[in-house]
Design a protein around this ligand. Structure first.
Ligand code: M6R
Length: 612
């Protein structure tokens, strides 16, 4: 059975990108599509485009390489943004199939067909060859264009829009969601969902229906939605007054889907006066810790004696960090697994274990597939997410929301501290003094000038290592990841005891080691590692607590050779990770800013990693 599940996961392939679409009996301002795309940019931002049907039934289409803002500028410079239409679609891309070019950007067209697509079509080459033989010409090299051509071809051989769409779906293999419009049939919008997310939003007056990868894309005021299930065909039809969505399975049997009420679409998200979302989100960290801990601590999971955390990236580091405390203070056996590895191994699963899937977005494909695998074997699953409507929240047996609020910056910051605080609340409800922790996290923000000074020194290094022991090591991993993501400097993390087992060979005058060494039970060991680095001419940055100043200054080698000593508030092992987390977030932010990087949208990344 396990092999079947793994095969199923492999077959699902990779999916990314964001789609949005509307069909309305009112005329809608098409600049709304651009605003929706801005909110979907977390799903990819290498190129984007919109299309809508004009009054004369022609299709307007505009695409751009780069950010949604580039497309907005382009449209503003080449005509009005404020055009009205009854039907439109939009897309923001993270390239999987075909390089980043205008031709490969969505929407894709063929004849009167125009569509946006999120996912991959595995058998597109075969279909493309058949279409080429049938005389169709291609302008780009994506699998998506093949879908447009196939529907158009089906129409040309006499099928209606709906039948052409159905016939196309029956030929496509892969994991994808799709929204198609046809200027010959402007009162219809056809959608399909398989693995890649698709949600249908319904306006209160039932005069407009939206389709999108995420409810974030819906305009403000959309309170009702339907989460499409895999293999749903959705026919959205306007009779000129109301617009309805009919759901069918692949055998064209009508199906009923539940309507979720009172959803909160995001509307506008602002930077609140901050220069970037990242800086705003770092500033929210201290408030979130208090809020989430107080709210969640009533939902205890403390009766579970065995936990297996499964997550990726920063969420995985939150698990590693938490596992230290669960074992030490709650006597909970806590194992941590990287989702993309876990699901390809043959993990030994246990009945008395709670499998906890941590994901900010709740959409990470590796984590979702690992969850599906554990569930398919009948084990107990729990999700910790920042989006209650996400696939991971819906798939798990139960879930909790970390309540960090929308995290827009691709690099996760406030969600990391929210995940850690949530896990502490779920397993150790009375352990944190959140008032004090919040206050001292704010003190790190107030010390930003010191962090900026350090950032100035760091930008010239090509080799940065973050070092810590036990819980500090989890923060070291988080710090190294943030440094890599934002500055593109190749930073690594090591536990201090591991340096002598190999990594110390890399130490020379060009290495900068950022070492977490507040005065706790690990201090002496960690300082020994720092000494070993200075002895080999490496540069060290020590992050320690204020009361430790006199002691640290007695280490002459460190003091003389150190590039920097930074001080955080005095604390204990329950509070230091919070101070260190906000510190490394701010440090990576400042380094990247000084290097002139786009901190909110680092190169090659996307916020929601829905690829394998
Ligand atoms: O949404 P998730 O928490 O599942 O995302 C997991 C990782 O992709 C994510 O934490 C990633 O590592 C961040 N960009 C880190 O800043």
């Amino acid at each position: 059975m396990q092999n079947d599940i793994i095969k199923m996961c492999l077959d699902w392939g990779c999916i990314m990108c964001g789609i949005v679409a509307f069909l309305s009996s009112n005329k809608v301002n098409t600049s709304n599509l651009l605003e929706s795309l801005s909110r979907l940019e977390y799903r990819g931002y290498d190129s984007c485009g919109i299309a809508y049907i004009n009054d004369d039934n022609s299709i307007y289409i505009r695409k751009s390489v780069g950010y949604v803002q580039d497309l907005k500028n382009d449209i503003a410079n080449n005509g009005s943004r404020d055009t009205l239409s009854h039907v439109g679609i939009g897309h923001t891309r993270w390239a999987t199939n075909g390089p980043v070019t205008i031709e490969n950007a969505h929407p894709h067209t063929s004849g009167n067909i125009c569509l946006v697509h999120n996912g991959i079509i595995e058998n597109y080459e075969e279909i493309k060859n058949n279409l080429v033989e049938a005389g169709m010409c291609f302008y780009g090299n994506t699998d998506t264009e093949v879908i447009a051509k196939l529907i158009d071809h089906n129409k040309k051989i006499g099928m209606s829009f709906f039948n052409a769409f159905k016939a196309c779906i029956s030929k496509l293999q892969g994991s994808y969601s799709l929204v198609v419009i046809d200027s010959d049939t402007p009162n219809q919008m056809l959608c399909y969902k398989n693995v890649a997310p698709l949600v249908i939003g319904i306006s209160d007056d039932s005069r407009s229906i939206y389709a999108a990868s995420d409810i974030l894309a819906f305009p403000q005021g959309i309170k009702r939605c339907i989460y499409a299930e895999d293999q749903d065909i959705i026919q959205v039809v306007s009779d000129g007054n109301t617009v309805s969505a009919n759901f069918f399975d692949r055998n064209m049997k009508n199906i009923e889907r539940n309507i979720s009420q009172d959803i909160e679409s995001a509307g506008e998200i602002h930077k609140d006066g901050f220069e970037d979302y990242m800086l705003k989100e770092i500033h929210e960290e201290s408030g979130i810790v208090k809020h989430v801990y107080d709210k969640i601590k009533h939902k205890s999971l403390a009766h579970h004696r065995k936990i297996c955390f499964v997550a990726c990236g920063t969420s995985y580091y939150a698990a590693v960090l938490s596992s230290y405390y669960l074992e030490k203070y709650a006597s909970v056996q806590a194992r941590c697994e990287i989702a993309s590895e876990f699901r390809y191994r043959s993990p030994i699963m246990e009945r008395d274990c709670l499998y906890v899937f941590i994901s900010q977005s709740g959409e990470t494909l590796d984590t979702l597939y690992a969850l599906k695998m554990v569930k398919a074997h009948g084990y107990n699953t729990f999700a910790l997410v920042n989006n209650s409507h996400s696939a991971i929240a819906r798939e798990a047996d139960s879930y909790s929301n970390v309540m960090a609020g929308p995290e827009i910056c691709v690099a996760s910051t406030k969600a990391f501290v929210a995940q850690f605080a949530s896990l502490m609340a779920l397993f150790m409800p009375e352990k944190l003094d959140t008032n004090n922790i919040s206050k001292n996290m704010d003190a790190v923000l107030q010390n930003n000038n010191d962090i900026k000074t350090l950032a100035d020194k760091i930008i010239s290094y090509k080799n940065i290592v973050f070092i810590g022991k036990c819980y500090h090591y989890a923060i070291a991993m988080e710090g190294a990841l943030k440094m890599k993501e934002l500055s593109y400097i190749n930073a690594q993390a090591y536990c201090s005891g591991e340096m002598k087992h190999g990594p110390i060979a890399t130490v020379d005058k060009d290495l900068c080691a950022i070492i977490f060494a507040p005065k706790d039970e690990f201090f002496d060991k960690t300082i020994t590692t720092a000494e070993e680095i200075t002895a080999r001419k490496g540069n060290v940055v020590i992050i320690t607590n204020k009361s430790n100043k006199e002691i640290i200054e007695q280490y002459s080698n460190i003091k003389s050779q150190s590039s920097h000593i930074s001080y955080i508030s005095d604390g204990d092992e329950m509070s230091y990770p919070f101070y260190e987390a906000i510190y490394v977030h701010l440090l990576a932010y400042n380094v990247a800013k000084k290097m002139g990087k786009n901190v909110d949208k680092p190169r090659n990344l996307a916020k929601s990693v829905t690829v394998e």
